[in-house]
Every structure is written in C-alpha cells, then in structure tokens.
Ligand binder design. Structure first.
Ligand SMILES: Nc1ncnc2c1ncn2[C@@H]1O[C@H](COP(=O)(O)OP(=O)(O)OP(=O)(O)O)[C@@H](O)[C@H]1O
Length: 622
C-alpha cells in the first residue's frame, strides 16, 4: 500500500455516510465517463502503474522469508547479500512507481478540475441578473470549489485506492494462505473488530464533522458580517460590543467542544488501528511459533507472515469504505452537473438575428413585469445558499408603453420604488418582460442575439462598477484594443482627462475595489468615458442623486451632453436641466405611466409631475 496513504482512510472516516443512500442516476455515470474521456490515455497508464505497485507489496516479505530460511539459518552469506540487494531494488522500484503514479494522478486530477471549473464559470457567467440577486455568490463559489475538488477525487484517490486496495488484498491474502492457511485464517478472524470499529467511528465522525463545519461556517459568517465597514459601523453605532463578544464566544465554544469530541473519537480509532495488528502479530508468533517448534513452519515464513499482515490492514480498511468514497465523489459530480444544467432565464433564441449597432429607436409596448422568485432562479440543492423567499413582490410594471425615436431623450421620473430602474433593466434584457414587448430598432429584444443587443445598448448606472484594474483596462473593457488616442478622446469628452493626467500613473492607475478612490462624480465621468468608447446607439442612464459640488456637477453635465449627443436615451432624471431638455418625460407611479409629455406641458397639467417638480427639481435650482 505505498501509493494510497493513510490520508485517504482518514478522509473516508470523516465522509458523510448519507451519500450512500442517494440513488445514483445512470446518466451521471455516463457524463462522468464523458468528462474522463480526454484523459483516458493517462488514466490507463496510471491504472497499470497502480496494479504493478500493489502487486509488488508481497515481494519483500517473501524475500525476508528466503533470507532467513535459506541465507541466515543456512550460513549462506552470498545469498543473504543477493537477497538484501533484491529487497533494496524492490523498494527503489516501488518508490519510483509511487512518484510516477502521483505525478500522473495529479495531472489527471488537475486536468479534470480545470475542465470542470472552466465550464462552471462559463455557465454561471451566463446566468441572468436575477440569479445573482438571489444567490449568495460567495457561498456558491466556495461550494462549487469543494464540489469540483470532490469530483476530481473520483478519478484520483477513489479510483487509485480501490484498484490498489483490491489488488493488494488479493495478492497479500493468497500469499499468506499459501504460506500458512491456519495462521492466516486465525488472523483474519480478528479483522472484523477493525471493520466494526471503523464503521462506528466513521458514523460518529461524519456527524461530528458536519456539525463542526456548520459551526465553523457560523463563526465565519459572524466574522465576515461584522468585520466589514458596514457591519463594524452598525456595531459601534448601537454600542453592542459586549453582546457581540458573548454571541461570538458561544459560537466558538461549539467549535471547541466538537473539536475535543472529534479528537477523542479519532484516538479511539487510532488505538484500534494499532491494537488489531498488534494482536494479530501476537497470534502469528504464538501459533506460528508452535508450528515452527513442531517443524511444520519455518522461521522465515513466520517473519514473512507477520510482515504481510501489516500490509493487509490498510487495504482492507480502505475497501470497507469504497462505496462511500465513490459515492461522495459522484454526488459531487452531480452537484457540479446541476450547475452546468441550470437554465438561464435569459437565453438567446435559436435563429436570433444580429441587431444593427446603430439601431436607434426604443419602444415599450404594453409591458408588464414581475421580479422572478428565488426558486425560479436559484439552485434547489444550494438551499443554504439560495435565500428562500416565498413572498412574491407582485407586479412591478403594468401597461408601460412609450416610444423614443432615434436621437430622442426620454426622461423617467417618479417617486422612489415606482419602477424606474426596473424599466431601464428591461432594455438590455437584464430581465425579460412578463407580457408585452420591448423593441430596439423595431426588433423585439428577445429575437436578437445577446451580444448584438449588449453592443447596441450602453448603461451608466449611479454606482458604476469598476474592476480592480487600471483605468486603461477598465476603459478597454468597453472596446478591447482601442488605441490610446481613442481612450484619451473619450476621457476628454467625459471631462475626466485632466484628472487622469494628473495622477502619477496616469492611465495605469489602479481603480475599483481597494484601488485609487474615485469620488462619485469622478467615477460617473469615468463610466461615461467607458460608454463613449463603446459608442452604443442607445444609452440608458441613471443620473447621480448624490449632491455634487457645482464644479463637478457642471463637468458631469458636459460629459453627459457628450454621451447623449446623437443617441437615443432613456434617463432616470434627477436634474432640472435633464427634464427641461428631455423630448418626453414619463411620470411613473406604482409601475404605471400616470403622465407623459414635455416639461412645460406637464407643469401646465399639474398633478404628480408638478408635485415632483416642486419637491425634487425646484429645490435643486435655487
Ligand atoms: N431584484 C429585485 N427583486 C425583487 N423586487 C425588486 C427588485 N428590484 C426592485 N424590486 C422592487 O420593484 C419595485 C420597483 O423598484 P425600482 O428599483 O424599479 O424603483 P425605482 O423607481 O428605481 O426606485 P428608486 O428611485 O428608489 O431607485 C420596488 O417595489 C422594489 O422593491
């Protein structure tokens, strides 16, 4: 048992036995085989090496027997030397085989992890926005990491240990029986003790380990929630240090107590692992010794038997857990497949047409919309991840119809929660309508390719996200390969060039999470520069509500003028200048358009717009 060490046995002990009760679908096995296909040459070589290595396990005990019986006891010095050299050679070959097999196993395993990871990433990336709003992405990522690694084990540890253990048990068992069937049978009678103990321990450990993992997760969650700026601030503002200390101590105590129990159970198992072979060895020498005295066994045979015995324990114990090992790996595969099979709410229709880049008009035709519920978008098996929420948010948009001709600006106004952001989300299919249609350039957005739609529509949101990367990389995200001239032109038009020029690293300044901290206004102007590089036909814009000082306000305004110039735009308006300039204003209330018209028309008509004007737009002007 040189290749698969005790580590596999330990992992087995901690494995969750409930997996064995799961019914395995034939389709899963077929898909697993499909995943393994590209690696089949490596897997075959690996298996051959494993078989050779497992068979070599009996060579040295047999050499010991010869060395004692024919060499030492018969005073044959030459034979002793020869056999000792043979023993050393066997050990060296075994060591080389182990290294080779380890290398192959990691190539297979890592190759498989790579295949699974890249496919899962691609699939998750193509999920609809709803999936990300409903799923705790951090938990999904760690869960998938574990499952991908669990699945990989099917091919390395599980496969290797099963083959190698089975071969070792057969070869060692036959050799022992051939040497002395009486002694072998008596020794084997002791092994059930080992198997029963290992079963008991694994049952206990599986439960305890699961609880410990839950406890650790609980503790981790408590820390991550409180050790970020938001959580830490809440804690300070409410002066809850004492209670928080006590709560955390409770969680930590659970982990401590479980740690002690796990260690105790582990030690019981360790003691049994030591005791059984020790008792069996006593039997070999006790009974074998008597046989030797009566002349039916040689001394060398007894020594060979006792050595073989020790090499039988690991494989026997490993085989008793094969089912769990294989099933655990396959269940991991199933979980990964589940993600790979997860349909996205936003899929491209077969035969979708390419939307022309300059597609100008935008039309909402009797649009109704309800946000999807958690169970519609997240994974059932990720029940701890998907926040179960049965509450239906109800219809958010009802009968929304309007049209923006090419080059027109339509402004959306309305009280908070009226559905303004929701309307903008439907333009680039971040969500799909429930009924009615959204048309861009006369095409229903569901009939065009996602790529061409995403190219035709550009967004600038209030809190424009930047990757933790350089300004250049963030801008080129909109148009890979754009020359520096184009980047600077966009920065100029977005009124942010002088700031970038003043930074020591210029375009190579790192922004985004933990990068150079941009102010709200700067961030929005950078986002506008990104949009200008992309140069979409339609622009969706959520104006910043945060109060900018008059200088950056003017800069943002000039940047916006550049961004909207000659483009069809849908703007969530927060500024008086925007509503004044808009070709049409839509007043939303509770998901319905209650008024529409130009600024002057609406003011004259009175009603909600006139109220909003007085409370929202007018104070800004004074
Ligand atoms: N991801 C979501 N899932 C479920 N409901 C949502 C989601 N996003 C928004 N809602 C709900 O939809 C309604 C409209 O929200 P929306 O964000 O479109 O309003 P808004 O007019 O943009 O408001 P504000 O001016 O405050 O940003 C709200 O009642 C809100 O609770």
């Amino acid at each position: 048992m040189s290749m698969v060490g005790g580590g596999a046995a330990w992992r087995n002990l901690r494995a969750d036995r409930s997996v064995v009760d799961q019914r395995l679908k034939r389709e899963t096995l077929r898909r697993v085989a499909r995943f393994a296909r590209p690696h089949r040459a490596l897997i075959s070589v690996f298996l051959v090496l494993t078989v050779v290595d497992a068979s070599l396990v009996v060579v040295n005990p047999l050499l010991i027997r010869r060395i004692v019986d024919d060499g030492i006891l018969k005073d044959d010095g030459r034979l002793v030397t020869l056999l000792a050299v043979a023993m050393a050679a066997t050990s060296i070959v075994t060591a080389i085989l182990a290294v080779l097999a380890g290398w192959l196993s990691s190539r297979i395993g890592e190759g498989l992890i790579f295949d699974l990871r890249t496919q899962v990433f691609a699939r998750v990336q193509r999920q609809s926005l709803a999936f990300f709003t409903r799923t705790q992405t951090g938990a999904l990522v760690s869960r998938l990491n574990n499952d991908v690694i669990g699945a990989q084990r099917a091919f390395t540890s599980a496969l290797a240990s099963t083959v190698s253990n089975a071969i070792a048990v057969v070869v060692v068992g036959i050799t022992m029986l051939a040497l002395s069937w009486q002694v072998t049978v008596m020794c084997l009678a002791l092994f059930p003790i080992l198997l029963v103990t290992s079963r008991y321990v694994s049952l206990r450990l599986a439960g305890l380990t699961r609880r410990q993992m839950d406890g650790n997760a609980d503790m981790g969650n408590a820390m991550t929630e409180r050790f970020n700026v938001g959580g830490a601030m809440l804690l300070k503002l409410f002066g809850r240090r004492g209670e928080e200390d006590a709560l955390f101590a409770d969680k930590a105590a659970v982990v401590r107590d479980l740690g002690i129990r796990i260690s105790l159970v582990t030690r019981i198992f360790g003691a049994a692992m030591m005791l059984v072979p020790a008792l069996a060895t006593a039997l070999v020498f006790g009974i074998g010794g008597h046989f030797a005295i009566s002349g039916t066994l040689t001394v060398g045979t007894i020594l060979a038997l006792s050595t073989l015995l020790l090499r039988l324990i690991g494989p026997l114990q490993g085989l008793s857990n094969v089912r769990i090992d294989v099933m655990t790996a396959l269940v991991s595969f199933e979980r990964v497949f589940e993600v790979l099979d997860l349909p996205s709410l936003i899929e491209e229709r077969p035969g979708a047409v390419v939307l022309p880049h300059e597609a100008g008009s935008l039309e909402f035709d009797r649009v109704a919309f309800t946000y999807p519920r958690a169970e519609e978008v997240s994974l059932a098996s990720l029940e701890t991840v998907a926040r179960v929420e049965s509450r239906d948010t109800g219809q958010v948009l009802t009968e929304v119809s309007f049209r923006a001709e090419p080059g027109e600006m339509v402004a959306l106004v309305g009280p908070s929660g009226a559905g303004k952001t929701t309307v903008t989300n439907l333009v680039a299919r971040l969500y799909d309508v429930e009924s009615g249609a959204v048309r861009v350039g006369g095409h229903d957005v569901r009939d065009v390719t996602l790529q061409s739609l995403e190219d035709a529509v550009g967004y600038v949101t209030q809190d424009a996200h930047m990757f933790h990367d350089t300004i250049r990389a963030n801008l080129l995200y909109a148009r890979p390969g754009a020359p520096d001239d184009a980047v600077w032109d966009a920065l100029e038009a977005a009124q942010i060039a002088s700031l970038v020029r003043s930074l020591p690293d210029g375009l190579d300044t790192v922004v985004g999470d933990r990068g150079y901290r941009l102010s709200g206004g700067e961030r929005q102007r950078l986002a506008i520069a990104r949009l200008l590089l992309k140069a979409p036909g339609i622009v969706v814009l959520d104006e910043a509500t945060a109060h900018l000082d008059s200088e950056s306000e003017a800069a943002v305004q000039r940047a916006l003028d550049a961004a909207l110039e000659g483009r069809t735009s849908l703007v969530i308006a927060h500024r008086l200048s925007t509503v004044r300039d808009a070709d049409r204003i839509l007043v939303l209330e509770d998901g319905r358009i209650v008024q529409h018209g130009t600024h002057l028309e609406l003011l004259a008509a009175g009603g909600l717009y006139a109220d909003l004007y007085r409370t929202q737009f007018l104070p800004e002007a004074v």
